[in-house]
Design a protein around this ligand. Structure first.
Ligand code: SF4
Ligand code: SF4
Length: 617
């Protein structure tokens, strides 16, 4: 079963009007997201929160589908219509139209709740007049009953042990029309929805709907009073029970003594007055010496009305309706039925459901008051939080029922310090953005420079007659120039045509193992290999390999010794080398052989000159 009241937070603006107005602090604030929620165990169903919410996100449990199902079921349904109907359907021209409209819905018996009020009012008269030293609190309103059970369990013995007019009406109806009857209550208060489920015998109310839901049913079944004729309600008809929505309507219905000098009953209406009155009843009943008739005040302005009307206007509508009803009142018939049904049992019991929470330790309360900056004489007790004093508020903060942010001065200070933090954060953000922009500019320039360098390097690499390759520690080519591919062979050239620079190619698949070993050596030992000749197939290559990033990247310069320009340069280099290294020996030979030595040197020099001349061509 859904809870009676719930908050659909999706459009909640966290104004906390509901938290402030709830008379029993059943609406708590979730500290994690700041949204309010109803604690169903603490809720007494007064509906004040629903009426306080400007966003309309607090809703009561709908009984529309249940009501439609009951009307469609083919069962005999009897409606118990609250006399507050006159406030809701001010637009209906004659009260007799209500009866016809209800029948058009499929309701078999259209009855007034007011006869149940008459009967219960007389039961109260009997109870109060048979005074045996115990003062009573009337139990006609389920909101009051729930409040006593949850927040003043010590007063349960003072709750009048009588059924409400609704459950009494259900019992009377079943005695009048048969036990198989289904009963539908129609009224302005949502607490009846929970009360309807209290009993499973002839007091049972099968569904309780509000006036707003009744309007929806009329709309759903396309019922318009303009198309309908008058008809009267089904018996038993009432007498003054139609005055029930008024503060002292029930007292009047029983013709109880209302003389202020002699009466022993005081009538209280509204949740705040109810709280005060019951607190006083608990502590001072010996001095007050009065029975207390308490109602939540929902009969004229409850959440089950589809619109709000002024108090005086609503009272006038109720009185006008009661007067009209009395014009067709048959006292003898009414009296006979009253006597008959006064014989039934209307007693009931109540069950305590203590929802009071312990008061937190004094140190904790002081700690909270200090946090709120409300200690000692600083306490302002402005009541803007919905509590009578800062201390009461601090107690409920300690109980976890509310949050410190409900205190307006605390929230304002907090929001000012939050705003300062946000301002500082914004400044930092602006500074960071500026730095980021500068860094971005620098990075862009560096990237452009790197791009240019890379292009330049690529161009230079391609111009080199020697093969150049860079490889990583997995022997994958990072970059190679076209000469490298040419030297390595056709397969490398084909790959280079598809993947320029042989980027990512596996060196293992391009060159033989003896060549690979040289790269591996440099990678592992981080040593240069300079001008090493190796045979690769039929080719003689001259190879220099050097580390670039230790153990990670090496470079290689490979020259094909068959290439004419290499041959010439190499021959010159090597002859110079021979001349240098053997000069001394040649001189010695020359010394020994005389002119012969000069001829050898001349011959070698002529070879050098020849190749230099070839190069110039
Ligand atoms: S009154 Fe409505 S909008 Fe305001 S906090 Fe409560 S649920 Fe949210
Ligand atoms: S219905 Fe009444 S008791 Fe329940 S949460 Fe709303 S205001 Fe509080």
């Amino acid at each position: 079963m859904e809870p009676l009241v719930k908050i659909e937070t999706v459009n909640c603006n966290k104004c906390y009007a509901c938290v402030r107005i709830c008379p029993v602090k059943a609406i708590q604030v979730d500290a994690s997201d700041g949204y309010p929620f109803v604690n169903p165990d603490r809720c007494i169903g007064c509906g004040s929160c629903i009426m306080s919410c400007s966003q309309g996100v607090i809703v009561y449990r709908s009984s529309l589908e249940e009501a439609k199902a009951l009307l469609d079921s083919g069962e005999k349904v009897l409606a118990l219509l609250s006399p507050s109907i006159s406030v809701e359907f001010e637009d209906v021209t004659d009260y007799r139209k209500f009866a016809t409209m209800l029948r058009a819905l499929g309701i078999k018996y259209a009855c007034e709740l007011s006869f149940g009020v008459d009967v219960i009012a007389y039961k109260y008269q009997l109870l109060f007049s048979d005074f045996k030293g115990r003062y009573y609190i009337t139990s006609t309103d389920p909101v009051v009953v729930s409040y006593v059970e949850k927040y003043h369990p010590s007063l349960i013995g003072n709750l009048a042990p009588l059924l409400s007019p609704m459950t009494a009406g259900a019992r009377i109806a079943r005695h009048h029309y048969g036990t198989e009857l289904k009963v539908m209550y129609i009224g302005p208060d949502i607490s009846k929805k929970d009360e309807a489920m209290l009993f499973d015998d002839d007091r049972k109310v099968d569904v309780a709907i509000t006036f707003t839901e009744l309007r929806s049913l009329f709309k759903h079944f396309n019922i318009d009073e303009a198309n309908l004729e008058f008809s009267d309600f089904d018996p038993p008809l009432s007498y003054k029970g139609a005055l029930y929505p008024l503060t002292n309507g029930m007292i009047q219905a029983a013709d109880m003594d209302e003389n202020l000098v002699t009466t022993n009953i005081v009538s209280i209406e509204g949740t705040d007055s109810m709280k005060e009155a019951l607190l006083e009843f608990e502590h001072n009943i010996k001095s007050i010496h009065r029975h207390v008739h308490v109602t939540s005040g929902n009969s004229l302005s409850g959440p089950g009305f589809s619109k709000k009307s002024s108090r005086l206007f609503s009272e006038r509508l109720v009185i006008k309706y009661a007067n009209k009803r009395l014009q067709r009142f048959f006292r003898i018939e009414w009296y006979q039925l009253l006597q008959k049904y006064l014989e039934l049992d209307y007693s009931r019991t109540f069950t305590g459901n203590d929802q009071r929470l312990p008061v937190p330790p004094e140190e904790r309360i002081t700690e909270i008051l200090n946090m709120l900056e409300k200690s000692g004489s600083d306490s302002m007790n402005c009541s803007a939080c919905g509590y009578a004093s800062c201390r009461e508020f601090a107690i409920d903060v300690g109980r976890g029922l509310t949050i410190p942010e409900m205190c307006i001065s605390y929230a304002t200070k907090n929001s000012m310090s939050n705003m300062e933090s946000i301002r500082q954060l914004n400044e930092k953000l602006t500074q960071t953005r500026r730095l980021l922009k500068e860094t971005e500019g620098n990075a862009r320039l560096q990237k452009e420079a790197a791009g240019q360098m890379s292009e330049l390097t690529d161009a230079m690499l391609e111009k080199l007659r020697a093969g150049v390759v860079f490889i990583d520690n997995k022997l994958k080519i990072i970059k190679a120039n076209a000469t490298f591919s040419t030297i390595i062979g056709e397969e490398a050239e084909e790959i280079d045509a598809v993947i320029p620079g042989l980027v990512g190619a596996d060196l293992n698949k391009l060159i033989p193992q003896n060549f690979i070993n040289l790269f591996s050596y440099v990678l592992n030992d981080n040593e240069n290999i300079e001008s090493r000749d190796i045979n690769v197939g039929e080719n003689l290559l001259n190879v220099s390999i050097f580390p670039i990033v230790k153990g990670k990247v090496v470079g290689g310069i490979i020259r094909d010794m068959r290439a004419p320009e290499v041959q010439r340069t190499e021959v010159i280099n090597r002859i110079n080398d021979v001349i240098d290294r053997n000069l001394e020996m040649v001189q010695k030979i020359g010394f020994l052989l005389g002119e012969g030595a000069t001829d050898i040197e001349r011959m070698l020099n002529s070879i050098i000159e020849f190749y230099k001349g070839e190069k110039k061509k």
